[in-house]
Design a protein around this ligand. Structure first.
Ligand code: PPS
Length: 304
């Protein structure tokens, strides 16, 4: 009798997300140490298990605030590692904080290098990632497009409550009352570690506007150097169009939720002038003059 292949953690998590019914915000979100998380895929038990998670020196860790290009960069690293190893690597755990402790156990069996990602703030990232030599790639995106992307994601994801209007979502976003907390707190905390040799930051906008240069930097950082030809191949395999086309295979019914527009500047279609100024003020207060603030190229991408 043919044996059915065991599902990966990733497939099991997608099943959970796809089968979740939209219910009330109280059921869909839970608060752990002051931050909201989606309750269908995150749990207190999992956060506790993560405290003792064993990272490896050669893990590749991607850290992002939600909606800043995580899936794009996961796919890029997947292509790069598969190309260098000359065999397709298994993409397993999408976010280290998703799922249950048994999934973390299964990750122990995965061969190196493991490609991992997380939306967790620096303080909550398993300590082992910091203590080991694990390289960490931070991907940031301008806060206005991140907010719009997040709003649309809340609307289309069964695992997240729907907001009646953009204005209501904006209020929660600006006050950090959304999943994973405040965008600004997140960047401020990671900014403290951006000079660490094992950390590198790239922006969504730079990747959109000059992909080859950014990919070269990323691949050299991970010591996975690519030829010009390989860079072109990765660029075409991970373009927005290509990823959206394949999204039903990679993300099932949720493909359209993860691959929406992939553009810079969509915020201009929804932000009021007042909302734009509120974000400008937050940027000025928390990020102006910081290294990650500079990387965001705020004037270019966020001014009306
Ligand atoms: S999540 O749910 O937090 O993991 O979302 P995340 O993957 O971080 O971000 C989703 C946004 O990234 C866009 N995206 C891309 N843009 C350009 N090129 C490629 N290949 C690509 N893949 C994903 C995706 O469309 C989301 O942005 P919006 O603005 O909503 O389209």
């Amino acid at each position: 009798m043919a044996q059915s292949k065991q599902k990966t953690n990733r497939e099991m998590l997608l099943d959970t997300l796809q089968s979740t019914e939209k219910t009330s915000a109280e059921d869909l979100l839970f608060n752990y140490k002051g931050i909201l998380y989606p309750s269908t895929i995150c749990s207190k038990e999992m956060f506790e298990a993560l405290e003792t998670f064993e990272a490896r020196d050669d893990d590749l860790l991607i850290v992002t605030y939600p909606k800043c290009g995580t899936n794009w960069v996961i796919q890029i690293l997947h292509e790069v590692v598969s190309m260098i190893q000359n065999q397709e690597v298994v993409l397993d755990q999408p976010m280290i904080e998703f799922g249950n402790p048994q999934m973390l156990e299964r990750l122990k069996e995965r061969p190196s290098p493991r490609i991992m990602s997380s939306h967790l703030k620096f303080q909550v990232i398993p300590k082992s990632f910091i203590e080991k030599k694990t390289k960490i790639l931070m991907v940031i995106r301008n806060p206005k497009d991140a907010a719009i992307s997040f709003f649309n994601f809340y609307k289309s994801m069964p695992a997240l409550p729907t907001y009646e209007s953009w204005n209501l979502f904006f209020k929660d976003f600006i006050h950090g009352n959304v999943c994973y907390g405040s965008y600004f707190d997140y960047i401020v905390e990671w900014n403290k570690h951006v000079d660490d040799k094992k950390v590198m930051a790239v922006s969504f906008e730079d990747m959109k506007t000059d992909f080859p240069t950014q990919l070269k930097k990323i691949s050299e950082f991970f010591e996975l150097p690519l030829t010009e030809e390989q860079i072109c191949t990765v660029q075409s395999r991970t373009s927005f169009t290509s990823m959206k086309e394949k999204s039903e295979d990679t993300h099932g019914k949720l493909g359209d939720a993860f691959f929406r527009k992939g553009q810079i500047g969509d915020w201009k279609n929804l932000f009021t002038e007042e909302q734009s100024k509120e974000v400008d003020a937050k940027f000025q207060q928390y990020l102006a003059g910081t290294k990650l603030g500079e990387l965001l190229n705020y004037t270019k991408y966020c001014k009306m």
